[in-house]
Design a protein around this ligand. Structure first.
Ligand SMILES: Nc1ncnc2c1ncn2[C@@H]1O[C@H](COP(=O)(O)OP(=O)(O)O)[C@@H](O)[C@H]1O
Ligand SMILES: [Mg+2]
Length: 362
């Protein structure tokens, strides 16, 4: 196995001319360190600059400013072909007139490898991605999932130093997406290739990544593990993009508490730059509420069930609690445990489940 290389991007910027808005920054001063063998995902809403950043790493797009390093070596001025990257596109980008074998062999032929070593390398990766036997088929004869496996095989057969994915699963149905993302993750672990993966799907990002870099409007707003982003969001944008969330307004009071939902929440961490008396936003995750029938006592507050969505393994309830609309979720504990629309139930939440954020636009 080859030694995995680290990837560093330093201050990458790219502007495009925009018909209506004039010049727009697709990426603005983007810096990032990816460890050797790490699986890092660029996550963010459509148009935030993920593809542009990935294409600059690949060498398909020239940055206006900034440098790119593979294993400490500056590759900014190298053409894509000379960087040692494998790239998996959203639309697979297979050659329709070439067999599956020749599609996968293409990068090796371009590099002038001899016939025997091509057969060996292609057979090996075809087995790795579960496509043995498909050598003489053509892309149009394959399902979407199989075509994506061909694209993956083609990307790894050249033994890239850096593997890049741009929304590789968006053309697949939901079940296949879940299966393929697990396969991609397992293969990446096995080959230990430094990987940058682009998606707008937060669940996919959480499922596959060692770390996630969340982007918004051309910049990286937070980098961390899925758990970091979920439990310690740096801003309301992060809290809302990663998982579902309730935001409740309040003020920081003496002794680090905030009153909301009829009780005082004692914060375990005061957000930076917030002083006593300042407005804050409390982040409450839907799974952080304990819901029950029975008396409203022992720190509970009354909540009315506005709607119920039965999803099988879990049930989502929309609640009204002292005028706040709250999203909550519970695991299914059997038919008798379901709450009815219009019912008033007891809601509890503990200090541990609450995060406070600085109010950004008070
Ligand atoms: N070739 C291009 N010409 C003009 N504008 C572009 C071009 N590529 C991207 N953009 C603009 O740059 C911004 C970021 O695009 P992109 O990197 O594709 O975002 P994402 O992949 O996160 O959806 C968008 O506003 C997009 O319209
Ligand atoms: Mg994109």
């Amino acid at each position: 196995m080859m030694q995995a290389v680290g990837l560093r991007i330093d201050g990458l910027s790219k502007r495009f001319a925009h018909g209506v808005k004039g010049e727009v920054y697709a990426a603005r001063d983007v810096s990032l360190d990816v460890q050797p063998g790490e699986f890092l995902t660029l996550l963010g809403p459509s148009g935030c600059g993920k593809t542009t950043t990935l294409r600059m790493i690949a060498g398909f797009e020239r940055p206006d400013a900034g440098r790119i390093f593979f294993g400490g070596r500056d590759v900014t001025d190298l053409a894509a072909n000379d960087r040692g990257i494998g790239f998996v596109f959203q639309n697979y980008a297979l050659f329709p007139h070439l067999s599956i074998f020749e599609n996968i062999a293409y990068g090796l032929r371009v590099r002038g490898q001899d016939g025997d070593s091509i057969i060996r390398a292609v057979s090996e990766v075809m087995a790795l991605v579960g496509l043995s036997g498909y050598e003489q088929q053509f892309p149009a004869q394959l399902s979407g999932g199989e075509q994506q496996r061909v694209a993956l095989a083609r990307a790894i057969v050249i033994r890239p130093r850096v593997l890049l994915f741009d929304e590789p699963l968006s053309n697949l149905d939901a079940k296949l997406r879940v299966q393929m993302r697990a396969e991609i993750r397992a293969l990446q672990r096995r080959l230990a290739i430094t990987t940058v993966y682009v998606t707008h799907d937060q669940e996919e990002a959480m499922a596959v990544s060692d770390r996630i870099a969340l982007m918004n409007r051309g910049t990286i707003v937070q980098v961390g593990t899925a758990q970091d982003l979920y439990h310690r969001p740096a801003s309301a944008f992060v809290a809302q993009f990663v998982g579902r969330v309730n935001m409740v307004a309040g003020h920081l009071e003496q002794s680090a508490s905030v009153s909301a939902l009829g009780r005082h929440f004692v914060l375990h961490e005061i957000p930076p730059g917030v002083a006593s008396g300042d407005p804050v936003r409390l982040v409450l995750r839907p799974e952080g509420f304990a819901l029950s029938r029975g008396p409203i006592a022992n720190g509970a507050v009354a909540a009315k069930v506005l709607s119920r969505t039965f999803l099988g393994e879990k049930i989502e309830y929309e609640l009204d609690c002292l005028g706040e609309r709250l999203q909550s979720v519970r695991y299914n504990a059997g038919a008798g445990a379901l709450f009815e629309e219009g019912e008033t139930i007891a809601l509890r939440c503990t200090d541990e489940t609450v995060i406070a954020l600085k109010e950004e636009n008070p």
